[in-house]
Design a protein around this ligand. Sequence first.
Ligand code: GLN
Length: 258
Amino acid sequence: MKVTRSAFLRNAVLGLLSAGVLAACGSGAGTSEDVWKVGTEAGFPPFESVGDDGELVGFDIDLFNAIGEKSGKTIEFENLPFDSLIPALQGGTIDAAISGMTITEEREQTVDFSDPYFNAGLAIAVKEDTADIKTLDDLEGKKIAVQIGTTGADTANGVPDAEVTTFENAPLALQELSNGNVDAVINDAPATLDAIATGNIPGIDVVGELLTEESYGIAMPDGSENVETVNAALAEIKADGTYAELYRKWFGAEPPTE
Ligand code: GLN
């Protein structure tokens, strides 16, 4: 990207200003009341990814910024590995995580979730024109790529004699399939469908029915007092049309009516 001189100067000045503001606030790194630090693994388009200018973009990013607006909080996103999000919540280094994260009983043992904000489910992806893989049973003894720490990884690990390879994010797992190194990927259907629709990962298809029905939630530390605030903001966002607007923007369709 071409950086014009004035943009450069403006950024330099802004940088100095914010450095000054930070210095004025003292050196403590503690979370301020008005700032929510929100973790996400930004390799999961269209929910979260890194945009052309290095900024985070996606449905989850817009949704959480809207939640911040409704709640009077400034949102600071932190791009973390997916399997570090729950430990970061437990350790108190982030206030919330939004990352296409499925609400599961297992996760509910250690974190609190907001009300569900998106319906998803797992699907099997294969190379185009694959005839012999239609269901989970067909994956027995096959090579499967997954994203580490996900519900897709859990499902793959339950397939008898499968050889499961884990990747940092879903696009890397799908790329492995596109390259012909594995037989299938088990991943969230909306993310796989987006990779196919955008042409980001060539030569792959989604097969059969969804393997699961899953709901995404915003994860917060166990017992967090922010759960109610986040749920109230979510309800407002759904009621006032913001949710529908974001859904159209990122999925090009009307949101389901539940
Ligand atoms: N929904 C899946 C899970 O929670 C995958 C999420 C993701 O890859 N970001 O495990």
